[in-house]
Design a protein around this ligand. Structure first.
Ligand code: HEM
Length: 266
């Protein structure tokens, strides 16, 4: 199953042009959702105004080489390995889900645009990456949602409590899970049975929710976070520190209570 291209089987009943148009529509939804989000929250305007203000407090002018070095380190550490999330499970779960999603989306585009004819001879590497990416997304996303999200991990809310903030992670898990189940059922070749078609519909709906819900969900953090990390590290290197005071030059004395449990109350 892992090496079978589910879109080539689907092409026996659905035109590849329809699948390709769906992908383009999803990209348009993300662009519109992000623009409306930016206009509504004014976050990007604030970001640039704040960066301009912070620049005035800079104690050092960075050379182009220094800037390139800071940005490269940010890409390798903050962005590629989400170092903001520390060393623990939160970071591993995020990296698993993030790379899973990237692999799932890239391979979806390749399979749909290059190999979605019923007669396509798909190199098995792409369907394998597609299935692997979906599995990684389900594992990373579920790990985060069931065990690590702050309202469950730190605020003792039950795992089944769902709020608007869960829209992104749940839609992500749903689209990958339904994609996997649909692919498996199609692979079983159940002839006239409807099972695979039901899961194809679920797969389509969850994608509409994921890509159509950008304005209401945390989807756009994947664009904002890298920009914010670069700005933060440049502000640290030029001494402006985003107008924040430097760390106190005093011993860290928090009392013995700090050792009683791992810090997890935000
Ligand atoms: C394809 C790219 C990405 C995907 C699929 C992704 C996925 C996710 C998911 C599912 C969550 C949990 C959302 C929630 O709170 O319900 C999350 C949270 C988060 N993401 Fe991402 N992300 C991506 C890119 C990034 C990047 C590039 C960064 C940083 C540079 C980043 C930093 C974070 C942080 C700091 C959180 C909060 C985690 C927490 O609350 O413990 N993400 N991401």
């Amino acid at each position: 199953m892992l090496s079978i291209n589910p879109y080539a089987i689907l092409a026996e009943t659905v035109s590849p042009v329809f699948m390709q148009s769906f992908v383009v529509a999803m990209i348009i939804l993300v662009v519109i959702g992000t623009i409306v989000d930016i206009v509504h929250k004014k976050n990007v305007k604030y970001f640039f105004e704040n960066a301009k203000k912070a620049k005035l407090a800079a104690t050092k002018t960075l050379s182009t080489g220094e800037k390139i070095s800071v940005i490269s380190k940010t890409i390798v550490s903050d962005i590629a390995t989400t170092s903001e999330l520390g060393k623990g499970q939160r970071r591993i779960a995020h990296v698993l889900g993030m790379y899973g999603t990237v692999l799932f989306w890239i391979s979806s585009v390749i399979l749909i645009f290059c190999y979605s004819n019923a007669s396509s001879d798909t190199p098995s590497v792409w369907p394998i990456i597609w299935h692997l990416g979906a599995i990684m997304t389900v594992l990373g996303g579920s790990w985060f949602w069931f065990f690590l999200r702050v309202d469950v991990y730190s605020e003792a809310q039950p795992w089944y409590r769902i709020i608007k903030a869960d829209l992104f992670v749940l839609a992500l898990i749903a689209s990958s899970s339904f994609g996997l189940i649909w692919s498996y059922l199609q692979f079983l070749n159940l002839q006239d049975r409807w099972d695979d078609k039901v899961f194809l519909v679920f797969y389509i709906i969850s994608n509409l929710v994921l890509f159509g819900g950008v304005y209401w969900s945390k989807f756009a953090h994947m664009f904002y976070k890298p920009g914010a990390a670069i700005q933060k590290n440049l502000a640290e290197a030029d001494g402006s520190r985003d107008n924040l005071p430097p760390p106190a030059d005093a011993p860290e004395q928090f009392g013995l209570g700090i050792k009683r449990e791992e810090p997890k109350h935000y």
